[in-house]
Every structure is written in structure tokens, then in C-alpha cells.
Design a protein around this ligand. Structure first.
Ligand SMILES: [Zn+2]
Length: 453
């Protein structure tokens, strides 16, 4: 079973601490790729009770790249997934810290919400939420180590941990409410924050906003989200996430949203299913970005690992023609992952196969009605099976139709495992590549003749 990267978790947290907290606390945690379109966590709000609160660090150090605590209550959200200037985060390599929010006076808190956004492990939120009215005996505001909070007068409200998968990025939202009444009466709220991972120095969460709702106050309006230069979306099962960066091509954003997005959402998982191999997991995140023609070396597009770079001017010209198909071709390269799997390879796959598979998928499966890979009669005399791109794609289509419907999957597995050599053809078809080529050319000729009749 595959885990979904979109998740909603509901935790009913029974409070064990003798405090003002009687009854139960509900913690809802969600993750989405963009636009904070959570199902149960409210969207980030402006002019909520937390906006005017005072924020203080009781333990830990702010990262010098972070804009600081103001990010948490400036009623502004980041425009993309890596914006230190719009987030609060503890210093790199440290084990998180402790953050206090002073509401100025004790109020009945209806709801607490926190929001974060990052591409990788800095998206998740891991913290314990404590509260205090202010008159608790021995209440301490100078927590310098992970103290026993109960002894310092704090009551535990909730434990939050949005790490459903270790590597899931995106926008994470957390809502903490009382199960059937306000959360409790508090002047102070305290977050004891842990890093999400310690494999590297970058495990401290990018917190974008904290919202607090007063049970006796007015409802707060959602924050207007900045227009992102990245279009983020995912497949309906949440398994694959995509981002299209249109910084270099703002005029293409609408086209990307309307025309390209459905192609990517539908065809990336299809290509993954077409090109399986034992133990292989296709990239779960794919980024597409536009780049000026002058930096493209004459290429309409190219793929490097899970990043697809698109030639802005070429795409502008080809919107109604080749643009979508070119992206299908590049997505096939992302799934092939031949260079990523080269570690144990015995052979290097020839370029005509590397390019022939994406063009077969593009011209014969994605847009067969275009007939873009048909070989005209005048080109037949010089056509060879290893001519690459659409000519090789045509050869692969012949083999698939004539001999083996699973041929592409077999060829891909051999190539991905670094085991391709010219014996592949004999082993698979009992015939050499030149023999198969003669049959293919004869078949092309037959089809041209039949079309004439
Ligand atoms: Zn290619």
C-alpha cells in the first residue's frame, strides 16, 4: 500500500495534567501543496488575537536568515516554499527552542492554529503546546533548558507532530481546539519546538504564522495570499507533487494552470506505471521551470533528475502545437532515472534508446492522433532504427504492435539497471536489431502503400 502525502490526522488528546484543562483537546493536522486549502484546519487569519500578542524566545536562537518572530503574527504568508524572509525558524543545527506568546490578559481561547511551508523536512511541525493563566504558583518565564514544565506552572495542552512521512514538504497546518468547548483560559501560550530531523543541520521548521481565536471575540478574516510565482499541485491521490516555476514566464502562468497542469497530473503517474522495475521508486516531486532561450543551448526543454527546464520563448511559440507533448517527453526522462541509477550499471544506455522511449510514449500513447512520428515515404530509404527520437519511437511502436506489448517496460528495465547491450534484441526477439529493422521498414512501406489505395 502506498502512503498518501496528503493527510489529515485527528488526535483526541486527553490531558493528563492537573490544570484548568478539563476534558479533551482536539488536534487536527493537515498537509496540502498550496493555497492553504485545508479541509479542517482554518485558513491563516488576519487580525486574530495572536496578531497583537507579544512573542518572546525563552530558549533557543533565531536563525540569522529568518526574518524573526514578526513572521508569526504579521498577517502575511510566504509566496513560495523557501522564503526565510517570511518565516520564523530556530538556528540551523540547534535542537529547536521555546517560544512564548503573551496575549496581554487571560482570555478564553477557542482555537490555536499554526502554519508552516517548506519543500522538504522543514515543513513538518513538532512541538508541545503549553498554556498558563498567569497566576499559577511558580510560573516561570525563564525556561532555559527542557525543564519540567509542570513544575514551572505550565499546563500541557497538546502534542503536535505532523511528520507522517519523513520527507514530505508542502504546507502544513495544525488546529488545536477543545472537543466541545473552548480550549481554556490563558494569557500565555508556550510552544516547546523540536527539530523534525537531525540528519543534517536543516531540521528546524519554517513557521509562517500562528493564529489564536478568542472564544468571546469576532471571527477573523483569512489572510490574502501573495501571488506565488510557483504553481503547485498534486495527483488526486496525493502521491506525486509538482511545481511549475513561472518566474521567467509570468505570461505563461494561466496556460500552465489551464492546459499543462492536467497533462502533468494525468501523464506523470501513467508514465511511472509504464516504466516499472524491481525496487525502483519514481521521484515523488517534479519541478518544472521556465528559462530564457539564451540559457537553453538551443534546446526546447531538458530534464535533469526531477527538474524539467523549459525554454520560455520556444514554449510561447509552441503553445498550440508541441508544448504539451514536449513536457510528456521530459517527464518520461524523469521517470527513466537512468543517470540516477548508474551506480551499479555495467553498460551505458545509448542515447537513441534514452530518447526513443520518451518519443514512443509521446507520439504513440499521448498524442497518436497527431501522427507526428510517421515516417514519410521520401525518408524511408534512409530511416534507421537507431536514428533516435521519433524515428526510433516509430521502430519501438512496430515492435510493441508486432511482437510484445510489454517491450517498452522490458527495454526500460534493462536500461535502468545498466544492463543494455546489443544482445538485448536477440534475447528478447530471437532476432538482431538489423533484422528487426528490415521488418520494420517493410511494414512502414506496406502501410504507405495501403494508404495510397
Ligand atoms: Zn529527450
Amino acid at each position: 500500500m502506498q502512503k498518501s502525502s496528503r493527510f489529515t490526522a485527528l488526535i483526541v488528546f486527553a490531558c493528563l495534567w492537573p490544570s484548568v484543562l478539563l476534558g479533551q483537546t482536539q488536534v487536527v493536522m493537515e498537509s496540502v501543496p498550496s493555497d492553504y486549502q485545508f479541509k479542517r484546519v482554518p485558513p491563516p487569519a488576519k487580525e486574530d488575537t495572536a496578531t497583537k500578542a507579544e512573542y518572546k524566545i525563552l530558549r533557543g536562537k533565531i536563525d540569522p536568515n529568518s526574518v524573526g518572530l514578526q513572521a508569526l503574527h504579521n498577517d502575511k504568508m510566504p509566496a513560495n516554499e523557501d522564503q526565510p524572509g517570511e518565516n520564523f525558524f530556530f538556528a540551523a543545527g540547534t535542537d529547536g527552542g521555546c517560544l512564548e506568546i503573551d496575549l496581554g490578559r487571560a482570555i478564553s481561547v477557542k482555537q490555536f492554529a499554526s502554519y508552516s511551508w517548506h519543500a522538504t523536512t522543514r515543513a513538518a511541525q513538532v512541538y508541545r503546546l503549553y498554556g498558563a493563566v498567569g497566576d499559577e504558583e511558580g510560573l516561570s518565564h525563564s525556561i532555559t533548558s527542557v525543564t519540567e514544565f509542570a513544575k514551572s506552572g505550565w499546563s500541557l495542552i497538546a502534542s503536535v507532530d505532523t511528520r507522517v512521512e519523513s520527507s514530505v514538504g508542502g504546507q502544513h497546518g495544525v488546529s488545536v481546539t477543545g472537543a466541545d468547548k473552548p480550549l481554556g483560559r490563558f494569557r500565555y501560550l508556550l510552544l516547546d519546538v523540536s527539530p523534525t530531523e537531525t540528519n543534517d543541520a536543516f531540521g528546524n521548521t519554517f513557521f509562517s504564522e500562528i493564529d489564536i481565536y478568542d472564544a468571546d471575540g469576532q471571527s477573523a478574516a483569512p489572510i490574502e495570499l501573495p501571488k506565488s510565482n510557483k504553481l503547485a499541485f498534486e495527483t488526486s491521490d496525493g502521491k506525486y507533487r509538482f511545481a511549475i516555476d513561472t518566474t521567467d514566464a509570468a505570461d505563461l502562468r494561466d496556460w500552465c494552470d489551464r492546459e499543462l497542469r492536467p497533462v502533468v497530473q494525468t501523464w506523470y503517474p501513467k508514465i511511472v506505471a509504464m516504466l516499472p522495475s524491481d525496487g525502483f521508486v519514481a521521484p515523488s516531486r517534479v519541478e518544472l521551470r521556465f528559462q530564457d532561450e539564451s540559457r537553453m543551448g538551443g534546446n526546447p526543454a531538458y530534464a535533469n533528475a526531477n527538474v524539467i527546464t523549459l525554454n520560455t520563448q520556444w514554449f510561447r511559440r509552441e503553445l498550440k502545437r508541441e508544448a504539451r507533448g514536449a513536457v510528456v517527453h521530459e517527464m518520461a526522462h524523469v521517470v527513466q532515472s537512468y543517470t540516477q541509477n548508474r551506480r551499479n550499471a555495467r553498460t551505458t544506455t545509448p542515447g537513441w534508446i534514452v530518447e526513443g522511449i520518451p518519443d514512443y510514449i509521446r507520439w504513440f500513447l499521448y498524442e497518436p492522433e497527431i501522427k507526428g512520428a510517421e515516417i514519410p515515404e521520401r525518408a524511408l530509404a534512409t530511416a534507421t532504427h537507431d536514428a533516435s527520437y521519433r524515428i526510433t519511437g516509430n521502430f519501438f511502436d512496430f515492435l510493441t504492435r508486432t511482437y510484445d506489448r510489454d517491450f517498452i517496460a522490458k527495454l526500460n528495465t534493462t536500461a535502468r539497471n545498466g544492463r543494455y547491450d546489443s544482445n538485448f534484441w536477440i534475447k528478447t526477439f530471437g532476432k538482431s536489431a538489423p533484422e528487426l529493422e528490415r521488418e520494420w521498414i517493410a511494414d512502414c512501406r506496406l502501410q504507405i502503400d495501403q494508404a495510397k489505395k
